[in-house]
Design a protein around this ligand. Structure first.
Ligand SMILES: Nc1ncnc2c1ncn2[C@@H]1O[C@H](COP(=O)(O)OS(=O)(=O)O)[C@@H](OP(=O)(O)O)[C@H]1O
Ligand SMILES: Nc1ncnc2c1ncn2[C@@H]1O[C@H](COP(=O)(O)OP(=O)(O)O)[C@@H](O)[C@H]1O
Length: 200
């Protein structure tokens, strides 16, 4: 780590509260977590479209996209996954500060890293959505053909096969996608956000 004793946080003139007043919107993170193929991207995209159509300012951070830019130097070792999530949680924090509803769709397999992401924003600003789906069902979906490759040894350290996934202990919401279609799952999340008065 680089020495940072001479780095001092600079308080900006325009604050988060100023931005909130002007935009009438509060930023939050909607943090999807789950196995590959559980439905994170599908739900994050559908939810973003619904929120956008409802006039909300949104931004979606999606695994493959971030890994081809900001995090292109990172692979899938435990250490790299942790750094991946650390950087993403810092980016999510900036989006919250800008009053955006930021949706993140990463496996984010380690509980400790998701807790650290939660702690970067204020209480109530982090909504963890556990996209629950049994490994066997994710594997039968295999939307990108990755499980097949992982089983045949072409992709090492694949989550759920030879790399761990730690399910959340107390997520704000569990969406079980095993026997529900994407539309119903998206509606479940929207209902939750309305109940909690995160959106109107
Ligand atoms: N070894 C291994 N394990 C898991 N996933 C792999 C792996 N190699 C490539 N991929 C593809 O990368 C996507 C997961 O990236 P993430 O940034 O979400 O992973 S992590 O949070 O850092 O664990 C994941 O996307 P999703 O299927 O959307 O989850 C895969 O497409
Ligand atoms: N309730 C559901 N929610 C989300 N995806 C679902 C659901 N039911 C079935 N699916 C299917 O499961 C697959 C999930 O793929 P994807 O969204 O890429 O998952 P992930 O981003 O978690 O890897 C898609 O083919 C999607 O159509």
């Amino acid at each position: 780590m680089i020495e940072k004793t001479n780095v001092v946080w600079h308080q900006t003139t325009i604050t988060k509260q100023d931005r909130e007043k002007q935009s009438g919107q509060k930023g939050v993170v909607i943090w999807f977590t789950g196995l590959s193929g559980s439905g994170k991207s599908t739900l994050a995209n559908r939810l973003e479209a619904a929120l956008f159509a409802g006039g909300h300012r949104t931004y979606l951070l999606d695994g493959d996209n971030i890994r081809s830019g900001l995090n292109r130097d990172l692979g899938f070792s435990d250490i790299d996954r942790r750094e991946n999530i650390r950087r993403i949680s810092e980016v999510a924090k900036l989006f919250v500060d800008s009053n955006t509803i930021v949706l993140t769709a990463f496996i984010s397999p380690f509980r400790e890293d998701r807790i650290a992401a939660r702690q970067k924003v204020e209480a109530g600003e982090f909504i963890e959505v556990y996209v629950k789906c049994d490994l066997s069902i994710c594997e039968s979906r295999d939307p990108k053909g990755l499980y097949k490759k992982a089983r045949s040894g072409v992709i090492p350290s694949f989550t759920g096969i030879d790399s761990p996934y730690e399910a959340p202990n107390a997520p704000e919401l569990i969406v079980n996608t095993e026997n529900q279609d994407p539309e119903a799952s998206t509606e479940q999340i929207i209902r939750f956000l309305k109940e909690k008065k995160i959106i109107h």
